[in-house]
Design a protein around this ligand. Structure first.
Ligand code: ARG
Ligand code: GLU
Length: 714
């Protein structure tokens, strides 16, 4: 009985099927047998190989934060609409609004160059643990160890940079292991096509992080290379990249229980936290962040409704703020419902019971748990301070903007001292920012008042930047009065005054340096950079060290369990199966959605569910052709139990034969807790069915010619 309990407890932290983001080069050693048992039909070498072409050669990190997959022999890549979003927005103008109308190149000549967009391939992954940790002096302090490791890492990275390759090393398991990723980055990437936002972002904020889902969150690009297939800056002489591998596309879809696999670049997870850390997250960090963002969103929402100028000015920031607002809210609620803190506590108790006859391990465990307790007690108030800095004070755009002038003042001082400086160039750049394209002073004033008001209430006097404290005192703690004062007297966040200021900046700099808004901005930076952040970083280092020991101990104690490292924006494989779930008592959500459901949502008349008439006409005509499922329906999205996180957006979702069946784009709200604790009954990744993608390309966009370069399996 006891043993059974321990096994159950172990499963709280230790991966079983479904859970986990695995390093591709370790699949054959760690996961292959389990994958096969779950239906996988290929070899581990077909997933990752350094000698032969393999799937890894068709997976790229896209634009730094997303994933994309190669789907043709001519460098065609598929990713999410929200991953291509900023590139599409940058190519758009009022006359050619590709966000609103979509865009499809009808031949390669019409593909659009995207500035500052690149894709990164992983050439090989190397275990460099011995090299990094090998020569460490055991007498070093934490800080000394940290800098010694950093120096070795840097030297190894530099040594690996040959033949146009790049390399980076990351710690795994909190620094118990180190892996080097040798990469190659292609810099000429062009937009091939995108559906209109009404399709790519259908459901917008209403549906974000939510299942059932109906948006076709995809866009297509093409990688270009020089004549030798090597990376090159944009040139009209560049040619489509010839990949080592590209994914065949299956039109067979996936049904409940089918094996699926996601190959991509998950950003960050923390699955091995102590109960103290989870407690802090659920009961302090998430609630603070959610509450502060809620207030910011409320201000923006009111103003964005006023007119299109304001709506466009704030739309992308709103989406960014709303995205993690909603994610943290889901995470907090999910962890509470899962009773996560108590589960972690029980797990820790179980561990103590398990080692109770081993004095050394028992002492180690007890030591770790009390160190966690002590460190998190110190950490909590600093973390609160930090959250109020980033989510509250820096939530005032004008404050962030004013802060950027610190550089201008610094460069001016160099100029005045006759030193080399960038002042004139900087000032010219600042002139281009006024009148503000990205900030409406009246809206920002409301943000400022709302943020200063919560700040004054929630952060005690004495724990604030002294200058802000004195301002609040002068205004009897009244945020509205202080805000009026700041905005009435600033030249920085006022279009007319900023123009005057920039025209005589050099002459009157001393006056502008005393501007109260600018003073506030620099005082805030100074306070947090000196009084809070260094302490926080010091504790972070300590926590990292504790985690390093803790994870090592877990791996020793649970020798037969397989451990996966937390996500850290490196290439990973997750596998699971298509599955439905029960979001709450009495309700079960199906594992897929169809175009019928999209049309039903549209009929509700909500703005986020608007689509162009063409989509409704195509639905009415039911011309689904080869893209229909067996029941004649057109599927839009499906869910599965693959363990994914931010950064997995755009990742290929593959079937047991390694054929592309969809593109990953989100998780379900009830499952966003998987960044901290994965629950196979609640956590689902959301995938756009590739049949819907191709139907949109072919029937909606009339760009079916693109299918000719794909390998389609019917
Ligand atoms: N939740 C998805 C992700 O984390 C989609 C975000 C973009 N969409 C949005 N409505 N903000 O990236
Ligand atoms: N939309 C996320 C991204 O951009 C994926 C959702 C998640 O966090 O799983 O990577």
């Amino acid at each position: 009985m006891k043993k059974l309990l321990l096994v159950l407890l172990a499963s709280v932290t230790i991966a079983k099927a479904d859970e986990g983001m695995w390093l591709p080069q370790l699949i054959s050693a760690l996961n292959y047998a389990d994958m096969k048992k779950n239906g996988f039909k290929l070899s581990a070498e077909q997933i990752y190989s350094i000698n032969k072409s393999s799937m890894k050669d068709a997976v790229v990190q896209f634009g730094g934060g997303c994933t994309a997959e190669i789907i043709s022999n001519e460098g065609l890549i598929l990713t999410n609409h929200h991953c291509g979003f900023s590139s599409i927005a940058a190519l758009s103008s009022v006359a050619n609004d590709y966000l609103k109308n979509g865009y499809w190149a009808m031949n390669k000549g019409e593909e659009l160059r995207c500035e500052n967009l690149s894709v990164m391939f992983i050439q090989r992954i190397e275990d460099v643990t011995a090299k990094v940790l090998g020569g460490l002096n055991p007498k070093f302090s934490d800080v000394q160890k940290d800098s010694a490791i950093k120096a070795t890492v840097k030297a190894l990275e530099i040594a690996a940079k040959t033949d146009g390759m790049d390399a980076f090393i990351r710690p795994f398991f909190y620094g118990n292991e180190y892996y080097m990723f040798v990469t190659q980055t292609y810099r000429d990437v062009r937009l091939v096509g995108t559906p209109p936002e009404s399709i790519g972002k259908f459901g917008d904020e209403t549906d974000n992080w939510v299942w059932p889902r109906h948006n076709a969150d995809f866009s297509m690009f093409r990688i270009y290379a020089d004549k030798d297939n090597k990376p090159a800056d944009y040139s009209k002489d560049n040619v489509p990249y010839k990949p080592k591998y590209f994914f065949p596309i299956s039109l067979k879809g996936a049904e409940k229980g089918d094996f699926t696999m996601v190959y991509g670049f998950p950003g960050r997870t923390t699955e091995y936290l102590s109960s103290n850390a989870v407690d802090l997250l659920v009961n302090q960090q998430d609630p603070i962040r959610v509450r502060l963002r809620e207030k910011r969103l409320a201000v923006l929402e009111t103003d964005m409704k006023k007119n299109d100028t304001l709506r466009l000015m704030y739309t992308s920031r709103y989406a960014g703020i709303a995205n993690y607002y909603k994610k943290w809210d889901g995470e907090m609620k999910g962890l509470k419902k899962f009773d996560a803190v108590n589960k972690k506590k029980a797990f820790e108790q179980g561990l103590l019971d398990l080692v109770k006859t081993d004095a050394v391990k028992l002492a180690k465990c007890n030591g770790l748990f009390s160190a966690f307790q002590k460190t998190y007690t110190e950490y909590a108030p600093l973390s609160k301070q930090y959250d109020y800095y980033t989510e509250c004070l820096l939530g005032i755009d004008g404050l962030r903007y004013s802060n950027t002038y610190a550089n201008v003042f610094a460069e001016l001082k160099k100029k005045q001292a006759g030193k080399e400086n960038k002042f004139d160039k900087l000032l010219e750049d600042f002139k281009k920012t006024v009148p503000f394209k990205n900030l409406n002073p009246a809206t920002d004033k409301k943000l400022c008042q709302a943020m200063l008001s919560v700040y004054a209430t929630d952060i005690e006097a004495g724990n604030r930047p002294p200058y802000l404290d004195s301002l609040l005192n002068a205004h009897k703690g009244n945020a509205a009065s202080l805000t009026d004062f700041l905005y009435a007297n600033t030249s920085f966040v006022n279009n007319a005054k900023a123009q005057v200021m920039l025209s005589d900046f050099e002459k009157s700099a001393a006056v502008y340096e005393r501007d109260p808004f600018y003073q506030l901005a620099t005082a805030v930076t100074k306070y947090y950079q000196t009084a809070i952040i260094p302490q926080l970083q010091y504790l972070d280092l300590q926590i990292n060290d504790l985690q390093k020991e803790y994870v090592q101990l877990l791996r020793e104690i649970y020798k037969n369990k397989k451990f996966y490292p937390d996500a850290n924006s490196t290439l990973r494989v997750a596998y699971g199966k298509v599955d439905d779930y029960q979001p709450r008592d009495g309700v079960r959500y199906a594992h897929y959605t169809t175009l019928d459901g999209l049309v039903d949502k549209n009929a509700m008349g909500i703005e986020d569910y608007y689509v162009k008439p063409r989509l409704l006409e195509l639905h009415a005509a039911k011309d689904y052709g080869q893209y229909a499922d067996k029941q004649g329906k057109l599927r839009v999205a499906f869910i599965a139990s693959n363990h994914t996180t931010g950064g997995n957006s755009g990742s290929p979702v593959l079937n047991a034969k390694g054929e592309l069946i969809g593109t990953n784009f989100d998780r379900n709200w009830e499952g966003t807790m998987s960044d901290v604790m994965y629950n196979v009954n609640q956590c689902r990744n959301i995938t756009l069915d590739v049949r819907f993608t191709l139907w949109i390309v072919d029937k909606y966009a009339g760009a079916g010619y693109l299918l000719n370069e794909m390998k389609i399996i019917k």
